[in-house]
Design a protein around this ligand. Structure first.
Ligand SMILES: [Zn+2]
Ligand SMILES: [Zn+2]
Length: 869
């Protein structure tokens, strides 16, 4: 290999594009057949196909890819599938926007077709970004939830869970988003504080404080605390509601807080979860005053048709006018919002489909799963503990998996699809048999399934559930964000238990969110978003991936900083120049030479480097087993930069350029092993760069090679200590040269080293001087050669005579001064007078003489380094 054949600069984009073209992606395919390797199946998150694979996705995929590539090299049969979670509202809204229609203006099937078309285009765009970032996805196991081949499984799972009693249909209060016009699950409600007004209203007999006067028409009872003396005499009596004039009973309940408002509260159907609770507990009437679009119903009388906010204002106006409203106070309140659109939710009672939640079994399975980081388990446990309602799985939308159900028009019986009829859309096909009553006329279910019903069977899908292969549940790992623990993680555990009585995965790895360069969550409105493409076009995919590796640790949020990308890119350049240097010297040293190289001809510094290299392999292996990408990559970077470049290469240079074969071969062997090992260690993180490095060692891809094993025989405390000494002596000699103003490559007369068991060839090379290892102890003589006078003492004392004192001191015999100094007093004659000086007045300078030569001495650890002048 000629140095000129390897470009001076590492041109990342050219090289990355080259490998994107060259790589045969089938090397990443999972083997479903017999395989001696243990399986490692990743339950990859299927992103929502927005057409934009954002930086948060990209970070998550970096983590997954690090693991996938590492495990492949460790000898696992790895599946890194790619799914697409297609269904849902954002696509419906986008389609309405693009075509300038609303979903009800075109036939259902046509609307679904438009959604599918847009989704397919978006998936294409996102796939390109993933390829550009070098993810080792197994595209032979791609899944698209809108494809019949996938949603047939969602439907099968529905049918089985229905038959097993997990799924039921019931009218029940549910969280409802009036903007999305659909029921949503509790997990999809997000809470935020909002300022509102607490209105104080006279009812007859009692006063009420309420934040939602628009619900007065739906007031079905008044409640007070049983201990509250103020209202004791009215308990059990009828109270008349102002304006609407319905009569409701005053009841008592422990949950009412007497200190809040007036101590008397309206129970309405439904203001909040507490209302639902009381309504069920006391068997109260159900009055529906809000419809599915968030408008007031007929039950609200003259307010019918108003929005809830307009109705609130109107009622407050009327209450004031009629003298019922006597006070208003500001109040900060926790409000439930739709997680998709931030609209305040309502609680409406509607017939819906539900999945029963078995809290104990979910908590038990969570215990059997390895959580990384461990504390994320608590989030799931807390969430499970607070779930009071079952999971509402029906949605009043269109682009989603159809519920395979019809209702008999004659007797109302539910007709559930048989598994053999699936996939099916009940709106497009009739059941293939008659109702038990004999009727063949059916009403299809127009509700559709929650998209989490699709995505919560990914673990089942990727492990071969309902496929031609045997089921391989549990998958080995689920990587996901912490924002969807209570949805995706929770539902997946629930479904795997319900359908297969097994936990979905051995481990779950939670990643953080990406924050913008300003430390805030990235969002379009803050203008702090950065796309992965911006990073790859300005720097490289490998630089982006390195930012992902070193920027944060699993579970914690990570800030995007350009300077991390810049330093990542700088590291690649540095590593490249080391590689270029090494390859130039490996011109006449190939794998066969490495194979038959006699290890015992290594020099100390070679053994030092190989010991450090093997420790690096050991550390990287342990850290990667614990998914600690940041510490792994930092260890690789420190080794390369500090141990290899700053020290080893400097020390071995002399040998590499020398014509003495043996020492040169040893250096070549070390470079060969180190470059090869580094290309393996770097492969999971910077796949393009590592491939380029390895391409000069083999025609095979680095990504199908085995992870390096540790050669314990090469890890040696002794070699490390000796190497450290050589390193230290060399740097002390270099410092010595620079202190006395010598050029670093200028030769010294000779260097003698005492009390050190090392070989000296590399010190000689690095200092360009003759070096001899000496036995025994050096003998020194200190000869006085001059005197330094402390003018700080002499000046003030002798004033105008000071110069004469100095002159006299200089003329005095050095040996005499030294002898007097030892006794504590120096006596000299100045201008005929005897003068006594304290011994601090002078310092005798000495020269070190060894064997009759002038020398300088450096002490390095226990070794004595004699530099002959
Ligand atoms: Zn909404
Ligand atoms: Zn029937």
């Amino acid at each position: 290999m000629k140095e000129s054949e390897i470009q001076v600069e590492y041109n990342a984009n050219d090289i990355e594009e080259k490998w994107m073209e060259k790589w045969n992606l089938s090397m990443y395919h999972f083997n479903w057949g017999e395989d001696p390797r243990p399986q490692y199946i990743i339950d990859t998150p299927p992103p929502y196909p927005t057409g934009n694979f954002h930086i948060g996705n990209a970070l998550n995929w970096c983590y997954i890819d690090f693991v996938a590539r590492y495990k492949r090299m460790r000898g696992y049969n790895v599946m890194f599938p790619e799914g697409w979670d297609c269904h849902g509202l954002p696509t419906e809204v986008k389609v309405e926007e693009i075509h300038g229609i609303t979903k009800n203006q075109v036939p259902r099937a046509e609307f679904r077709r438009m959604c599918r078309e847009l989704t397919a285009e978006n998936i294409d765009k996102m796939r390109k970004t993933m390829l550009r970032l070098g993810f080792s996805v197994d595209w032979s196991n791609e899944f698209v939830t809108m494809d019949p081949s996938y949603f047939v499984k969602t439907q099968k799972s529905f049918v089985r869970m229905y038959n097993d009693g997990y799924i039921y249909h019931e009218e029940h209060p549910v969280n409802w988003c009036p903007r999305c016009e659909t029921a949503i699950a509790f997990a999809e409600v997000e809470y935020d504080t909002r300022q509102t007004k607490l209105n104080f209203v006279h009812f007859d007999k009692v006063d009420i404080a309420t934040t939602r006067p628009e619900l007065m028409a739906a007031c079905v009872a008044i409640a007070v605390n049983p201990k509250d003396k103020r209202y004791k005499e009215y308990v059990g009596q009828e109270i008349r509601v102002p304006i609407f004039k319905q009569k409701v009973t005053l009841i008592t309940d422990e949950a009412v807080e007497p200190e809040l408002g007036t101590g008397a509260v309206m129970i309405c159907t439904f203001g909040d979860k507490q209302d639902v609770h009381w309504w069920a507990k006391y068997g109260l009437l159900l009055v529906k005053t809000i419809d599915k679009q968030g408008k007031m119903t007929k039950a609200a009388g003259k307010y019918e048709g108003l929005s809830t906010t307009a109705c609130r204002e109107a009622i407050i106006f009327d209450l004031k006018a009629e003298g019922f409203l006597y006070d208003q106070k500001y109040l900060t309140q926790n409000v439930g919002l739709c997680w998709r659109c931030d609209t305040p939710i309502e609680i409406l009672s509607e017939p819906q489909w539900f999945v029963r939640i078995n809290h104990e079994s979910i908590l038990k399975a969570a215990e059997e799963i390895n959580w990384c980081p461990e504390y994320m388990k608590t989030r799931l446990q807390n969430w499970t503990g607070t779930m009071e309602w079952d999971w509402c799985i029906s949605r009043q939308r269109i682009f989603a998996t159809p519920i395979p159900i019809w209702y008999c028009k004659h007797c109302g019986e539910v007709m559930l699809a048989e598994e053999s009829w699936l996939p099916i859309d009940p709106n497009e096909a009739d059941p293939k048999k008659a109702c038990t009553c004999g009727s063949t006329e059916f009403q299809p279910e127009i509700d559709v399934l929650d998209t989490w019903m699709d995505s919560s069977i990914t673990a089942l899908h990727v492990t071969g559930w309902e496929s031609e292969y045997e089921l391989r549940l549990p998958a080995q790992i689920r990587p996901q964000g912490h924002d969807i623990i209570r949805t995706w993680a929770f539902y997946t555990i629930l479904r795997s238990l319900a359908l297969e009585s097994k936990k979905p995965w051995d481990s779950i790895m939670i990643n953080g969110m990406v924050l913008g360069p300003d430390g805030h969550k990235m969002s379009k409105s803050l203008g702090n978003t950065i796309s992965p493409e911006e990073v790859t076009s300005q720097y490289s995919a490998d630089a982006f991936r390195q930012w992902g590796a070193v920027g944060g640790s699993t579970g914690s949020d990570i800030m995007f900083r350009w300077k991390d990308v810049v330093s990542a890119s700088r590291f690649l350049q540095k590593m490249w120049s080391i590689y270029r240097f090494s390859m130039f010297h490996l011109n006449d040293f190939g794998p066969e030479d490495a194979e038959k190289f006699p290890i015992d001809s290594l020099l100390t510094i070679d053994r030092w480097l190989l010991s450090k290299l093997n420790r690096l392999v050991d550390a990287a292996t342990k850290e990667l087993d614990g998914y600690n990408f940041d510490s792994t990559f930092k260890a690789i970077r420190n080794f390369t930069w500090e141990i290899l470049a700053d020290n080893y290469l400097e020390l071995v240079k002399g040998r590499l350029y020398s014509d003495k074969l043996e020492g040169r071969r040893a250096g070549q062997y070390v470079l060969h092993q180190t470059m090869k090992t580094l290309s393996f260690l770097l492969a999971p993180f910077v796949p393009f760069f590592a491939e380029e490095l390895y391409s000069r060692f083999s025609s095979e891809s680095v990504h199908i090679q085995a992870w390096p094993t540790i050669d314990k025989s090469l890890i040696s405390e002794e070699a490390e200590a000796a190497g450290e000494l050589i390193k230290k002596i060399t740097s002390e000699v270099r410092r010595y040269k620079s202190d006395i103003g010598m050029a670093l490559n200028a030769p010294l007369k000779k260097i003698e080293i005492y009390n050190a068991d090392i070989d000296t060839g590399d010190i000689s090379g690095a200092t360009n001087s003759e070096v001899e290892l000496m036995v025994g102890a050096p003998s020194f003589e200190y000869i006085p050669v001059g005197v330094k006078i402390n003018m700080g003492l002499i000046g003030p004392r002798f004033k105008k005579d000071a110069n004469d004192v100095v002159k006299a001191l200089k003329e005095e015999d050095l040996a005499t001064i030294e002898a007097q100094q030892a006794s504590g007093k120096i006596t000299i004659v100045v201008n005929g007078q005897r003068i006594e000086l304290e011994s601090e007045a002078v310092v005798i300078t000495k020269e070190v003489i060894s064997d009759g030569r002038g020398v300088d001495i450096l002490e390095v650890n226990d070794a004595i380094v004699v530099i002959v002048k």
